[in-house]
Design a protein around this ligand. Structure first.
Ligand code: FAD
Length: 425
């Protein structure tokens, strides 16, 4: 902790990256204010941005190491106790009329990645923050403007007037029915507000930031495989109440589409369908075609989800795009810096978007620790952060796209199978 450093730090966005960044900033002794557009995730009524109730992510050493250095003794242990090891991919297919499963280990030494519930991870980070005296959590606050030269930010605070038990009108920070604008000063603002970052947008106005964004021609939709029960047809690999092997990332690959499933601690699987936007648009128009499309492409998966549920979930869950963003630099002077998806949103096929965002936090604070706790020191630290992070972020972005091709076609390609045979030999 930098002694006597009274820096006022605004963290915008209380997603996994913002929450971890706030934790690091608070441990440094800074006065931290976290502003989050949405309500508190720990209230049941709040749904995380862009997701349905929850989504499972692959947590890797990159993200784990960032939490290890957060200064909280219990945090990592608690997070890891709520994860499930995934030792490899399970490739599902069909040979003649028989369903097939092929386990492909991630690592010859048995190392693994972990399945984690994004919302649970986020809640644990918020719990940690709540206990710190120098952190103020402000939910239902939308950043609408920021000036990194003048060090001022503007927020729309959403307030609703609802009836209390005794019939009086009371203000509540949920379900906005009116809003008020507030202005807040800062020394440094950390933009952790996701792919469509407002901090990035306003920071750009004060600097020459190179910026590149693209959408891939694929949409995604979330599904759930329930725990094994008499209602679902169990496969031969049914284990411990799960409908299929819990220690794999399951993939049903096709040349231009795929279905994946990641285990959850409640013995369900969170699944994602990735398919060309033309396919999804046509299925939205002709929903009767969805089941035949699904069964033809992902053999065996309909048995796990349940046919009625498949149809329902496709109809009810959003069909969302995938964006890829590269920009540089990631900072402005001593007063503005972007982290996580705000700096480098990537397609999810390398399972590293959140992990890389958590790593940004560790790297940023390592540079801050290596410099004096004053404006000059902070300027140098932010420069060093950009210098280290931009090439890494661009590379991982490219790898994520490359893994898209690997995951949905490569795992069945003759080249991959040959390589595997050679390794086995
Ligand atoms: P976000 O999670 O987007 O959080 C940003 C926060 O900022 C939100 O809470 C939002 O409400 C808030 N906010 C936005 N605008 C404002 C504003 N104006 N004012 C105040 N607050 C604001 N990553 C992995 O590491 N492993 C995986 O396996 C993986 N799988 C994925 C699967 C899918 C289908 C998708 C879409 C993504 C996946 N990712 C994965 C990527 C991962 O979800 C993101 O990288 C991660 O959520 C980014 O975290 P973040 O905190 O930077 O941004």
């Amino acid at each position: 902790m930098a002694k006597g450093d009274t820096t006022k730090c605004l963290v915008i966005g209380a997603g996994p990256v913002g929450a971890l960044a706030a934790l690091y900033a608070a441990r440094r002794g800074w006065n931290v204010e976290v502003y989050e557009l949405r309500g508190d995730l720990r209230d049941d009524s709040t749904t995380p941005l862009n997701f349905t109730k929850s989504i499972n992510l692959a947590l890797s050493e990159r993200g784990i190491n960032a939490m290890r250095h957060s200064g909280s003794d219990q945090l990592l242990e608690t997070v890891l106790s709520q994860t499930i090891p995934m030792y490899g991919r399970m490739i599902h297919g069909k040979a003649s009329s028989r369903l097939t499963e092929e386990s492909q280990q991630y690592d010859v030494h048995g190392r693994y990645i972990r399945a984690v519930d994004r919302a649970e991870l986020n809640k644990l980070l918020l719990d940690e923050l709540e206990n710190l005296p120098n952190v103020k959590l402000c939910f239902n606050h939308k950043l609408t403007g920021a000036d990194v030269r003048k060090r001022k930010a503007w927020f729309e605070q959403h307030v609703s007037r609802t009836q209390t038990a005794d019939g009086a009108q009371a203000d509540q920070d949920q379900n906005s029915s009116r809003s008020k604008e507030i202005e807040v000063d800062f020394d440094v603002i950390l933009g952790c507000d996701g792919a469509h970052s407002n901090v990035r947008h306003h920071m750009m106005k004060s600097m020459r930031m190179n910026y590149e964004q693209s959408y891939i021609d694929t949409l995604w939709c979330e599904f759930t495989i329930p725990p094994a029960s008499s209602a679902t047809k169990a496969t031969p690999s049914t284990r411990d109440g799960f409908a299929t092997s819990p220690n794999h990332l399951h993939i049903w690959p096709q040349s231009d589409k795929m279905f994946i499933a990641i285990p959850s601690t409640d013995k369900s699987f969170t699944c994602t369908l990735f398919a060309p936007s033309a396919d999804i648009t046509s299925l939205e128009k002709y929903p009767d075609g969805f089941l035949p499309f699904f069964e033809a492409n992902f053999p065996g998966a309909a048995d796990l989800v349940g046919r009625a549920e498949l149809r329902k979930q496709f109809a009810e869950n959003p069909h969302l795009p995938l964006i890829s963003i590269k920009c540089s630099p990631h900072h402005y002077g001593s007063s503005g810096v972007i982290l996580g998806d705000a700096a480098h949103a990537m397609v999810p096929f390398y399972g590293q978007g959140m992990n890389a965002g958590l790593e940004d936090v560790r790297v940023l604070f390592e540079h801050l620790d290596a410099h004096p706790p004053n404006i000059q020191g902070r300027t140098k630290a932010l420069e060093a952060y950009t210098t280290e992070r931009v090439p890494d972020a661009h590379t991982i972005n490219d790898l994520a796209l490359a893994n898209y091709w690997e995951m949905h076609a490569g795992v069945n390609s003759p080249l991959y199978l040959l390589r595997k045979k050679i390794e086995e030999f």
